[in-house]
Design a protein around this ligand. Structure first.
Ligand SMILES: NC(=O)c1ccc[n+]([C@@H]2O[C@H](COP(=O)([O-])OP(=O)(O)OC[C@H]3O[C@@H](n4cnc5c(N)ncnc54)[C@H](O)[C@@H]3O)[C@@H](O)[C@H]2O)c1
Length: 369
């Protein structure tokens, strides 16, 4: 059935990730992409041509009829571009992270709220079948009361394969700011808000030696920490051990595990939409095997844009978006507090909190939110 009142969408930032979004737009009838803009007009033209939308300047796009503007620019300007979007009276949906500075991003969220505008923010992988099913396992009591867990994103760093890896080692990069949003957002869906963080971090080397074909032999200066190790204390009382690193050649940890009074849960890679979810309960598993429950939610394929579609529905239905600015702001505070915890060598209590977003319903057909 044709949607007579789709939410019109514009994109600012027509680089690499923009295609991951536009590929899935046709799945969602809630929205219509009408315009693209980029500091580089050729990039805007090329995306507009591919998607049958118009290439505009940033100013023209902000003056156009769009209601949601996808901010797919780089992390260093996410907050500044979000402000421009809000000042133009549009709802921003931002790539992760929401910004680099917690207080600046908090002020931006306050301006949006005053103006009655929503903010949305990636990642939306947490709305996929994997994390949604893991959340259902917890919410339905399969593992009892969650008391703790682990979250590990450990790897050798992107300089072996990424054509432009330098920015990963500058301010706003590093394993925590780059990958943390996937893990931390998932943990909040699973366990709720974080109360305090206690973290140690190191910068293992001053330079990284690139071996990708594009940067082969170049030495990349390192400004960020490259290994973080510590713990998160949740308002529920649960404590989770975290590790984020670009200094690990190989490891044997699950991305996320949650331990409860009655069982344990392995959560799939939060940078993807699918499974498997694995559950262990001693009474059901006398042979101590992990079991894969069926996925009880849709969207197990790559469905990037799902969060935008949910925000479009939220605008029409007058409800909060699931991938909300408040959630992303809390994630940003956790990440900046991890850095402060190392700098100040102490536990940092957080000033923000957030409700767990409404879970995704099960039984949706593709395109529904
Ligand atoms: N590339 C990936 O695999 C990936 C994956 C997940 C998330 N992300 C996130 O997506 C965002 C974009 O990454 P990317 O890989 O597409 O980068 P990119 O460099 O390919 O694209 C960014 C685009 O934004 C434009 N831009 C920058 N500042 C602008 C401004 N002020 N106004 C208008 N246009 C502006 C640039 O000209 C460029 O075309 C980042 O936040 C990144 O963390 C990227």
């Amino acid at each position: 059935m044709e949607n007579k009142n789709p939410v019109k969408i514009g994109i600012i930032g027509c680089g690499m990730i923009s295609r991951a979004y536009t590929k899935n737009i046709p799945l969602f009838r809630q929205v219509e992409l009408t315009a693209c803009a980029d500091l580089d007009p050729a990039r805007a033209r090329s995306l507009a041509e591919e998607t049958g939308s118009r290439a505009l300047s940033v100013k023209e796009l902000l003056e156009s009829e769009v209601e949601i503007v996808l901010n797919l620019t780089l992390p260093a300007v996410h907050d500044e571009v979000n402000r421009q979007i809000i000042e133009a009276g549009k709802h921003p949906y931002c790539e992760k992270p929401l910004g680099l500075d917690f207080e600046e991003a908090r002020a931006t969220c306050a301006i949006a709220e005053e103006r009655g505008l929503l903010i949305g923010c990636a990642p939306d992988t947490v709305l996929g079948a994997g994390v949604s099913t893991a959340r259902r396992v917890i919410d339905d009591g399969w593992i009892g009361q969650p008391t703790g867990g682990t979250a590990f994103m450990l790897g050798p760093g992107p300089e072996r394969w990424h054509p432009n890896a330098g920015f990963y080692y500058l301010k706003g990069g590093g394993p925590l700011f780059d990958m943390g949003p996937y893990y931390l957002t998932s943990l909040i869906h699973l366990l709720g808000a974080v109360k305090a963080v206690s973290v140690r971090a190191i910068r293992s080397r001053d330079e990284r030696l690139a071996s990708s074909p594009e940067l082969w032999g170049q030495r990349l200066p390192v400004e960020t920490y490259t290994t973080y190790s510590g713990s998160l204390e949740f308002s529920s009382g649960a404590i989770v051990t975290i590790g984020f690193s670009f200094d690990v050649q190989r490891h044997g940890h699950s991305p996320i595990e949650i331990y409860g009074s009655e069982g344990s849960l392995k959560v799939p890679d939060p940078n993807g939409f699918g499974g498997p979810v694995e559950v262990y309960r001693p009474d059901a598993n006398p042979d101590r095997a992990w079991e894969d429950p069926p996925m009880v939610h849709g969207y197990s394929e790559n469905s990037r844009f799902l969060g935008v579609a949910d925000m479009a529905a939220a605008i029409r239905e007058g409800r909060a978006p699931r991938c909300s600015g408040q959630l992303a702001l809390h994630v940003l505070e956790i990440m900046t507090a991890c850095e402060a915890s190392e700098r100040e060598q102490r536990t940092i209590a957080l000033s923000s909190t957030v409700e767990r977003p409404a879970p995704m319903p099960s039984g949706l057909i593709v395109g529904q939110v």
